[in-house]
Ligand binder design. Structure first.
Ligand code: MN
Length: 208
């Protein structure tokens, strides 16, 4: 059994607010982390206040087992648990541009086999991210040892489908609107310059 905790905590960014400039601006990172992410975590904790047994699980597990969550708080846990888990994941798979590298050989091989080539994968991922209607996320996930690109709306989670995400892009307007306004495609293109491929490779290794 996991150690009992009283609440979920918003992890700090693993870099400065301005570290992803010029691709993602400081102001966006500050509002995104300190307001949006913190808000999800607070609301997740509030939803589970009367059901404290659930604090013993990692938040991902709550999303994997939504059917076990009491019905009166299930939607709140889906939305705010999703928001908390997805943002915690998202901060870690980004890094300042100078530190961004390439996928390792193992990942390149898997991307080649799933999508034809790394460039083809990028094109398909960009397409999924730009065409997602409304708020949501685009993911690179492992399902039955295969890589897939998937879209989820709002804070619906690949974890709830039994999938294991290894890369994510937040395409809610709050993630890019201050800098990119309505041009989501430019935000999506610039994402490639700030991916922490070491972290993605680690996610891939543990997801398989
Ligand atoms: Mn967000």
């Amino acid at each position: 059994m996991k150690k009992y905790i009283k609440q979920f905590i918003t992890p700090p960014l693993p870099y400065d607010y301005a570290a992803l400039e010029p691709y993602i601006d400081q102001q966006t990172m500050k509002v995104h982390h300190d307001k949006h992410h913190v808000g999800y975590t607070i609301k997740l904790n509030a939803a589970l206040e009367k059901h404290p047994d659930f604090f013993q699980y990692p938040a991902e597990v709550l999303l994997q087992k939504l059917e076990k969550i009491p019905t009166e708080v299930r939607t709140a846990v889906k939305n705010n648990g999703g928001g908390h888990v997805h943002h915690s994941f998202f901060w870690k798979i980004m890094t300042p541009a100078k530190q961004s590298d390439k996928p390792n050989q193992q990942l390149i091989k898997a991307l080649d086999s799933a999508f034809g080539s790394f460039d083809k994968f990028k094109e398909m991922f960009e397409n999924a991210a730009t065409t997602l209607f409304g708020s949501g996320w685009t993911w690179l996930s492992v399902v039955n040892n295969k890589l897939i690109i998937e879209q989820t709306s709002n804070q619906d989670s690949p974890y709830s489908l039994g999938h294991r995400p290894i890369l994510a892009l937040d395409v809610w307007e709050h993630a890019y609107y201050l800098k990119y306004k309505n041009v989501r495609a430019d935000y999506v293109k610039n994402f490639w310059d700030i991916i922490n491929w070491n972290q993605v490779a680690e996610n891939f290794a543990t997801a398989k």
